[in-house]
Design a protein around this ligand. Structure first.
Ligand code: HEM
Length: 156
């Protein structure tokens, strides 16, 4: 099989596992934690479960990024970054960058500690912030998926 096709298949596989996981956490896990635990317990429970998903998400984000950049290299399409009509490529890269910064820098170095501190003084509000952040990232990701498929197949 041609390398470009393999890269495209792995790219989509990475996106499915990564964004699918974000969708599960956002639409099912967070509401379940909210309904079945006290405000004081919520952030702790969330962190214990999210920890496992964050490890997977680091891997799938990396896979999506490597295969995405490989496709640009194989297609010799770096100049798409300089053309506004390829805004859907800019959107993919932007979404990937936000998650990469969150998962590799902010979460382990800043967010984890900050959320734990805040959860002591304002547990319900902290959980609400976590929920809002997840909805924002999920909606951005879903818009990105739709635009990426449409853009890649000449629909935009
Ligand atoms: C570093 C970040 C990324 C780069 C460099 C990148 C690059 C690419 C490239 C070059 C293509 C093929 C375009 C073409 O055939 O003309 C593609 C397709 C695609 N990308 Fe990305 N991408 C990145 C991140 C993402 C993210 C974050 C998502 C989703 C949230 C995503 C979803 C997709 C999808 C769904 C396709 C279409 C596959 C198909 O229908 O054939 N990509 N990407």
């Amino acid at each position: 099989m041609e390398k470009l096709i393999v890269a495209r298949a792995l790219h989509v596989l990475g996106v499915v596992l990564w964004i699918g996981g974000v969708a599960l956490v956002t639409s099912a896990l967070l509401p379940a934690i909210r309904d079945f635990s006290s405000a004081e317990e919520r952030v702790g429970i969330f962190e214990r479960i999210e920890y496992r998903f964050a490890r997977q998400a680091r891997f799938t984000t990396l896979l999506t990024g490597i295969t995405g950049f490989y496709m640009l290299y194989a297609l010799d399409a770096w100049d798409r970054y300089t053309t506004l009509s390829f805004w859907w490529l800019h959107l993919m890269t932007f979404t990937w960058l936000i998650f990469t910064i969150m998962l590799f820098i902010l979460e382990p170095l800043v967010l984890k500690r900050k959320l734990q501190e805040r959860a002591q003084s304002a547990p319900a509000q902290t959980f609400a912030i976590i929920t809002r952040m997840h909805w924002f990232l999920l909606i951005l990701s879903l818009i990105t998926v739709v635009c990426a498929v449409a853009g890649s197949h000449g629909g935009l």
